[in-house]
Design a protein around this ligand. Sequence first.
Ligand SMILES: [Zn+2]
Length: 548
Amino acid sequence: MKAMRVLVGAVLLVRSVCAQGTLPTNSNARPFHVVDYDLSIDLPETGKTIAGNALLTMQRLGSGDTLRLDLLDLTVSRVLLDGKEVRFVRDSTSLRIGVAGARDRFTVAVRYAGAVTDGLIIGTDSAGRWIAFGDNWPNRARRWIPSIDHPSDKATVSWTVKAPSDRRVIANGSLVEETPLPSPRDPDGSAGRPVSWTVTRWRESRPIAAYLMVIAAAPLVRFELGTTACKVAEFPGCVPQQLYVAPEQRHMAPGEFARAGDIVEYFGRLVGPFPYEKLSHLQSSTRFGGMENASAIFYDDKMFRRKGADAGLIAHETAHQWFGDAVTEREWGHLWLSEGFATYYSALYLGHAFGDSALVGHLRRDREGLVKSANVASRPVIDSLQTDLMALLNDNSYQKGGWVLHMLRQEVGDSAFFGGIRDYWAAHKHATALSDDVRAAVEKRAGRDLRWFFDQWLRRPGVAELTTSWRYDAAKHELHVVVEQGSRFAPYRLKVPVAITDAAGSTRTQVLQVGAQLRSELVIPMRTAPSAMVVDPGVTVLGTFTAK
Ligand SMILES: [Zn+2]
């Protein structure tokens, strides 16, 4: 997702709500896995009270007599195990169901109801109309869906939503049916104008994490964005895309979403086939600038009303369909696998669409922030000790994660980098991954060990701090370049490009192999003394540069 800079205040405001008592369960110790969610939700005409029926298909992974599902706030009235009513225990954060004697694969059906306070955000739009949008990241699915609410547990999902017919219901996957119910009879008109209801069903046939399972129910207007990526779609045919906006925003469509087809085509060719049935873009009430719900991206309503979405945001959320959605970080501490990848690949798209200077400008701006960041100086990118999940939405996960990919590309070259990431993606799509899976895939393509690279950039804090000096030895025709590393962080092993201009005014770029030591001296044969030297002219090293 993208917590827009202007929205940082809003994100901080809600942090305490998310953090209270809802830390993820230990994924390794979990004895059960949800294979499929079949979710039926009855939405109200007014107010926030929903009625739900969740049919979960479960797989047993280990021994255990009690299935624990995450569920807050709502009241459970009945639980069925393989169709038979069973006892359950409810507390403030979970629903525990006795499953002793159940087979390796079984179903549980949970009937529940209540006023929803989070996860499904129910409110009114600026015209006073009732609207609802799912907004689950990181662990708020449990506020309205009985679930194993952790990114390590991915499942397919079906939605059956009953709502007043003047609302359009959009969800993950493909549309299965949209059926108006028979109008209620009101022969003498005493009940006023009767509300007509529609049942809408969607089906996501690829497994996704609970934080990506959403519905939207709002009076949205639909625009077709066309079909693209015909040769790079996982499903037969091409990738259809749609834009849904509030009726008053009709004039904004399609705006920058005219690029949506090009963006999906670009990532499809660069990474792998688009992994879902369709891709919708919705004006919504997400608390984030954008939220990458699988096949149904939600964008912030206020931003939409002000200026629509920009190409960078659309590319970021679209890149998440591959990174984060199809391949999901198995542990929250590896969030850069989602946000760092979306940051770098969206920057790559900007380079593709607007020229290399757009990519370089992006990297330069991000670096300016990173080298000054107290967070980057004090915590590693893979931050397994952070228990406040909202606090992981920081410059380590996003900008430094993106920069690590950029440097990995410089380290191994384009072929091994893009090939390695394609291999990583193909090996883990519709499943989960950890940072070592990226390392293994790129190592295989590069044909060498890269543990040192991942360790120095992901597992310890900091950036490189380089002081460079040079002298020319006229007798030996040698240029001596000295690179000293600051002592604030342990020294880095680096490739440092330098652009050297000779007396005649011609410039060549030489890549210096700097060792993980405080002082490196490198010798470059040169016929005449150089007139100038520029360190890192192409913006490929995450660090600061001082000339001595
Ligand atoms: Zn993101």
